[in-house]
Design a protein around this ligand. Structure first.
Ligand code: FES
Ligand SMILES: [Fe+2]
Length: 443
């Protein structure tokens, strides 16, 4: 049984603008709460339609501790279900993708149609009604080839996110892509530390020498999401407009979408800045289009350059353990060894992810110390961390209020929320900031 009052007091007792109290990073009951209140109540980017390349197939993954399967029917309909057998609960499909017309549970071979209907169960009594034992549906959305699921009965509103992401993402033709490579990394750190690290580039100059070649981290000479009037920014804007692409930025309560320039002369987020794939994902010849960064709370970010889309997802597996999954998409017609090379495609993010893993694990060790005290974020360099932490706290308090029927926020906080409006990221220190005011974050 979750002690919601304890969690509420930890969240309301935190110092705004500072890292969280220790227990929010290392208590098993907080992880259980996070799985319910955050991962159970948010839209999760589970993968891409191109991972189910043919009609009649599935993509299975695990959200927190809940296996989920997305199916694609003959007519191209995508549905999602709890991947838990209605017999005795076994996971029906192993995580991963498969081409299959029906889903058979490996335990006692109950068989489900791709629409979740139970079509076969051996040796059950006459009174058994298969119609009452279909797979339980989960909300699913497809935005330009990106698949999102939400485990909540009533998911957060999706319309504005779709409206803002779709026009920027659609030109990258994810529906015509293929999964070139994926891997996972286990990080011995709480998922919030993984995401805090992923939402800033305060650490990049020292922590990621390889990434710095292509990724425009902040330096003394100015910001990377450079302001209007900056000649490099203006040239980029003109190039993007000529290519018929939109730039954003669009910043919502749980998303950030923006196309930004890479460092001068760099075409892709690769180890040498050269294209990772000769066959472009975007139409046309223009490859110098920077990167479309689309980031989703609580767990993901993607970079879509002209040639590839890279996906990053952080999924909690234990209090101090997070599974990071990385996927690389290229155009479906690209040929490995001819148009792209896996090592060249993946090297930069592999190096970067391992560097980040070490930073996160080191961060967790220090946070576990009896001497740990929450410390201040840099408003300029860690603005997206501030947004993430404020979003987390707000979402946590919303959930506790819904569970208990009591809005236990301090009165000042409730007033701030009321004034912020429904879609505003309430009690966010950086709320209302344009992306141009923020410094780099590689996630
Ligand atoms: S648990 Fe699936 S068939 Fe028994
Ligand atoms: Fe990093």
């Amino acid at each position: 049984m979750l002690d919601l009052e304890r969690i509420r007091s930890l969240v309301t007792g935190r110092r705004p603008g500072y890292s969280l109290p220790q227990a929010l990073y290392n208590s098993p009951d907080v992880l259980a709460f996070d799985l319910e209140a955050i991962f159970g109540q948010s839209w999760i980017l589970v993968g891409f339609t191109c991972e189910i390349p043919r009609p009649r197939g599935y993509l299975a993954t695990t959200v927190g501790q809940s296996p989920v399967v997305v199916t694609r029917d003959r007519d191209g309909t995508y549905r999602a279900f709890h991947n838990s057998c209605r017999h005795r609960g076994a996971q029906v499909c192993a995580d991963g993708a498969g081409a299959r017309g029906r889903l058979t549970c490996p335990y006692h071979q109950w068989v489900y149609d791709l629409d979740g209907t139970l079509v076969h169960a051996r040796h059950m009594p006459e009174s058994f009604d298969p119609a009452e034992h279909g797979l339980r549906p989960v909300h699913v959305q497809n935005v330009a080839g990106a698949l999102f699921v939400c485990l909540a009965q009533t998911p957060p509103s999706f319309a504005r996110f779709r409206e803002e992401l779709e026009p920027l993402l659609a030109p990258h033709r994810l529906e015509e892509a293929k999964l070139a490579f994926q891997n996972t990394l286990v990080e011995k750190g709480n998922w919030k530390l993984v995401m805090e690290n992923a939402r800033e580039c305060y650490h990049c100059g020292v922590g990621h020498p390889e990434l710095c070649l292509t990724f425009p981290i902040e330096d003394a000479s100015g910001g990377h999401f450079a302001a209007e009037g900056d000649p490099r920014h203006d040239a980029f804007a003109a190039r993007i407009a000529a290519a018929g692409l939109a730039r954003g930025p669009f910043i919502g309560p749980w998303w950030q979408v923006e196309r930004f320039p890479l460092n001068e002369g760099q075409l892709s987020l690769t180890i040498d800045g050269a294209l990772a794939c000769k066959k472009l994902m975007v139409a046309g010849e223009e490859a110098d289009i920077g990167s479309l960064r689309w980031a989703i709370e609580p767990h993901s970010f993607c970079h879509s350059t002209a040639d590839t889309t890279v996906y990053f997802s952080a999924m909690p597996t234990a209090t101090n353990e997070t599974l990071v999954t990385c996927k690389w998409l290229v155009h479906q017609d690209a040929v490995e060894g001819v148009d792209y090379d896996i090592e060249h495609l993946t090297q930069l993010w592999n190096v970067t992810n391992i560097q980040d893993r070490d930073l996160v694990e080191n961060n967790q060790r220090g946070v576990n110390s009896v001497g740990y005290l929450p410390g201040p974020y840099s408003e300029s360099d860690e603005s997206y961390v501030l947004r993430f932490i404020d979003w987390y706290c707000d979402k946590a308090l919303d959930h506790i209020a819904a569970r208990t029927g009591v809005d236990g926020r301090p009165i000042a906080l409730r007033e701030a929320l009321a004034g912020a409006g429904a879609e505003a990221p309430a009690f966010v220190a950086g709320a209302g900031k344009e992306a141009g005011e923020s410094r780099a974050e590689h996630a």
